[in-house]
Write a protein that binds this ligand. Structure first.
Ligand code: M6R
Length: 608
């Protein structure tokens, strides 16, 4: 939700902080700020808007220690006074990602103690709290630890003090934070991509860790206050993978990375001759043998991946499957089944609703848990017994693209493993599916060749205010995903319906101003879909059909056909997603919106 960077070095850290913020901007982008220690004083610069605005304001700022932040507003409107860092009595500065749930009680108490609040944020209580402990003679580390003990909620924080130019304190619980190890310099960041220009050596902090970071050394203390060692890892992330390269936007780059992302995600499977449960973790074989149903929990695009998986799991593996929006599941009374496998799907692994739903499921007695996630070190992965990592690489555009298609690939593997275990997959069928999976990256590459045609088509959407997306069966979730992509980045109101549902109400909306986009795979529901499309055309609706080869849907007045290169059978939802991603992207370009950072949104939603 928010991005944190910090550094302590012999050199001026301001350029490092600004570059880091730029790379973390996807996490939040309504305001940004940094603070350094200079001549025994805190020097803070904040700016509403983007990191580029902050950079302009920092021309004369320098220091050897500093912390910085890019914000996605939760408590308090986006404004300069609410931007981080927050400072207590000109002495303690704090940046924070997360939510402090008991901030109101703390604010009342600290106000009574004489602290003056200058923002509407929950973060400011942390600065004052640390100051109150520091002022009583505690070290910065001890003051931070004592303050953290009083906080309820989630946090990743960075702390510096005006009279302590060589020491930065950081801590995490519920929000991500890592330490970067340099030569005679150390860094902190929400995400390794922020530190790639300065180091690849990172320490992933664990829940409850507090770290005293100096220029020459660092010390990590666990949640109980015990000094601990954590492994230094070499990040495999390449600098190129987080740079735009030849593309205009990250979303476009990430759409084009899908063949590689799928190949990477499927690598181990496609190189072997048969499917084994072990791809989901060492305990998968034993766990799956005990499973009688599946419960999928996720949000947004990841939820749509779950909806596709339900079709696969029930039809191919014959295993009952429920899919629930994580934020709803956690607040309803459900009937737990200890033999259900709880599958949580998330690109970031830090979505608060999904994490809370997982914890809720565990509290209800669900012990069989599997994470399908793109962030190996995330809280979600750590909390689950089993895991399958999608290897999409960093996804920076707020609109999820390659994460979605790789989630689908992982869920298809899950389906096949269950089908095999339940005796519903012959050796011949297994080989057929493996063959199709090996072919998938190439098939996606061919669909990407539709890009120039879709770019042309998108021009017809620029003046529209609404759009309807239709799909049936396995492709209804793809229609939902197409609608989400369009509304998210082009701000056109879009809804998705199973095509057969149209006549039960939404058909009333159809007229010449309502474009209707339909996913038309060459499957068992094709003839039914064609009838539904006729119903639209008969009411004057303009149809845009993404049709498989051999569907025999002909272009005509008011019917625009985009021919897909091939039909991919069960994997068709993956192929049909691509043109809808491209359509949303090119419509957004037409409308001139901020494609990678659409208004009001952030990449990972770490608050409720
Ligand atoms: O990181 P997650 O997959 O858990 O995120 C879930 C949703 O917030 C996310 O998919 C969101 O809907 C995307 N911005 C959609 O493009």
């Amino acid at each position: 939700m928010c991005g944190i960077v910090g550094a302590v070095a012999q050199r001026n850290v301001v350029p490092i902080l600004l570059e880091g913020l730029q790379r973390l901007e996807y996490r939040g982008y309504d305001s940004a700020g940094l603070v350094v220690v200079r001549d025994g004083k805190l020097e803070r610069v904040r700016s509403i808007g983007r990191v580029a605005d902050l950079t302009e304001k920092c021309a004369n700022t320098q220091g050897h220690i500093g912390i910085a932040h890019t914000r996605w507003a939760t408590h308090g409107v986006p404004s300069e006074r609410n931007a981080h860092p927050h400072i207590s009595k000109n002495h303690i500065a704090v940046v924070h990602n997360g939510i402090i749930e008991n901030y109101e009680a703390l604010r009342t108490r600290l106000t009574a103690e004489g602290y003056e609040f200058t923002s509407d944020t929950d973060t400011e209580v942390i600065a004052h709290l640390i100051h109150s402990h520091y002022a009583r003679g505690n070290s910065l580390l001890a003051a931070t630890q004592a303050s953290l003990a009083e906080l309820v909620g989630a946090y990743a924080i960075g702390v510096i003090a005006a009279d302590n130019p060589d020491q930065l304190i950081c801590a995490r619980r519920g929000s991500p934070l890592l330490l970067g190890v340099g030569i005679e310099e150390h860094f902190i960041a929400s995400d390794v991509s922020a530190l790639l220009p300065v180091t690849r050596k990172v320490v992933y902090l664990e829940e409850g860790d507090v770290v005293e970071v100096g220029r020459h050394s660092y010390q990590i203390f666990d949640a109980t206050g015990k000094r601990v060692d954590r492994a230094v890892q070499i990040s495999e992330l390449s600098n190129e993978s987080v740079q735009l390269g030849q593309y205009r936007h990250y979303m476009q780059k990430e759409i084009h990375e899908q063949p590689q992302a799928l190949a990477d995600t499927l690598e181990s499977v496609c190189n072997s001759q048969s499917l084994v449960p072990g791809i989901f973790g060492a305990e998968a074989a034993a766990t799956f043998a005990d499973i009688d149903s599946i419960l999928i929990l996720a949000c947004g695009t990841s939820y749509h991946a779950g909806l596709v998986a339900r079709f696969w799991l029930e039809e191919i593996a014959g295993i009952p499957c429920n899919v629930e929006i994580a934020s709803e599941y956690r607040y309803r009374t459900s009937v737990p089944n200890s033999k259900a496998l709880v599958v949580v799907i998330s690109q970031s692994g830090e979505t608060a609703d999904t994490l809370a739903a997982l914890n809720h499921a565990k509290a209800l007695g669900h012990s069989h848990t599997l994470a399908i996630c793109n962030a190996p070190e995330s809280a979600l992965v750590r909390l689950c017994k089993l895991r399958m990592l999608t290897r999409a690489g960093p996804e920076i555009g707020v609109a999820s693209t390659k994460a979605f298609t790789t989630q689908l690939a992982a869920l298809f593997l899950l389906t096949l493993v269950f089908a095999k275990q339940r005796g519903r997959l012959t050796a011949q069928q297994e080989q057929h599916h493996l063959h199709e999976l090996r072919h998938l990256p190439g098939a996606v590459q061919k669909v990407l060749e539709l890009e120039p045609h879709i770019a042309k088509l998108a021009k017809q959407f620029a003046g529209k205010h609404h759009a309807l997306f239709l799909g049936r069966g396995l492709h209804y979730p793809i229609a939902l995903e197409g609608a989400l992509k369009l509304k998210e980045i082009s701000y056109i109101h879009a809804e998705a319906y199973p095509a057969g549902e149209l006549k039960h109400g939404p058909l009333a909306l159809v007229d010449k101003d309502m474009p209707v986009i339909s996913v038309a795979p060459n499957d068992a529901l094709l003839e039914k879909l064609k009838s539904n499309l006729q119903e639209v055309r008969a009411r004057g609706g303009e149809l845009y059909v993404f049709a498989d080869a051999n569907t025999h849907i002909r272009a005509a007045d008011g019917i625009h056909i985009m021919q897909m290169p091939e039909h991919a059978g069960y994997l068709s939802p993956i192929l049909h997603t691509i043109p809808l991603q491209l359509l949303a992207y090119y419509v957004a370009l037409q409308k001139g919106t901020d494609v990678d950072k659409p208004r009001n949104l952030a990449k990972s939603v770490t608050v409720e």
